[in-house]
Design a protein around this ligand. Structure first.
Ligand code: ADP
Ligand code: MG
Length: 242
């Protein structure tokens, strides 16, 4: 038993000749907030997709919570306690916010399925915790982009994940809501949840993360705390364009 909750070993993903993840070995420690930075096209989203079963890996392994989950289905992985969001949030647009939370249990099982009282309570708690109770009965198509990001986080929380992977959680969100999202993430982290966060906004990375991994051209080029990583010559060249 190590202190890591999520580990990838030489994870590989190719699209034709393009090697998007070229042997990514990464250990995420239980309880940390781990940032992933790197230029556009460096393989960050592909990494999330391969880890969470949306893409089949071409090589390597993913170990979560002491079990190998490589190429398990996204659904199985989500239910095992590893949640994730997408770069673009995509709620069920004609369902309400509350129905979107409950749909985590009913999706794929046909409509009209009864949701237990327990799960309704859980949805209510999450609406309260994320401060979106006032829009609970609004259709998802009518809420703002930032609120959709909170809703997506809420959907993940319905499954009570130990670890959550967020792909650009504050991109395109207005500053006030952005700060609220960050506060919620800190709070959820204090509850013991581990986070892996892809983020371009360096102020978010610096204020939120315990450690940072830098991707470039499908590989890990550096890892460390924010100050160490961003003062490195190679990182400044590759990422900050200096
Ligand atoms: P990042 O998230 O770091 O911007 P991505 O992981 O999205 O980078 O992309 C890494 C590389 O893989 C890019 O060259 C991208 O065009 C390519 N890529 C990503 N997804 C696919 C896909 N589904 N099919 C083909 N190429 C892809
Ligand atoms: Mg991306």
């Amino acid at each position: 038993m190590t202190g890591s909750i999520l580990e990838t070993v030489e994870l590989r993903k190719q699209f034709g000749n393009l090697v998007a993840n070229d042997g990514i070995s990464l250990e995420i420690e239980e309880g940390e907030i781990h940032g992933i930075i790197g230029p556009n096209g460096s393989g960050k989203s592909t990494f999330f997709n391969t880890v969470t079963g949306f893409y089949d890996a071409d090589g390597g392994d993913v170990i979560f919570d002491d079990r190998t989950i490589t190429n398990d289905s996204p659904d199985k992985i989500a239910r095992s306690g590893l949640g994730r969001t997408f770069q673009i949030a995509s709620p069920f647009r004609d369902l309400t916010v509350r129905e979107n939370l409950l749909s985590v249990y009913t999706a794929g099982l046909g409509s009209g399925l009864r949701v237990s009282e327990d799960k309704r309570h859980r949805a209510q708690d999450i609406l309260g915790q994320l401060e979106i109770e006032h829009i609970a009965e609004h259709e998802a198509s009518d809420i703002s982009g930032g609120q959709q990001k909170l809703l997506e986080l809420g959907r993940i929380l319905m499954l009570d994940p130990k670890c959550i992977m967020l792909d650009e959680p504050t991109a395109g969100v207005n500053p006030a809501l952005q700060n609220r999202i960050l506060e919620h993430l800190r709070e959820l982290n204090e509850e013991g949840r581990t986070f892996v966060i892809i983020e371009h906004d360096m102020s978010v990375i610096s204020g939120l993360t315990d450690r940072v991994t830098v991707f470039n051209q499908g590989r890990v080029v550096m890892q460390g705390d924010f100050e160490t990583v961003t003062s490195d010559e190679r990182v400044r060249e590759a990422y900050l364009g200096e």
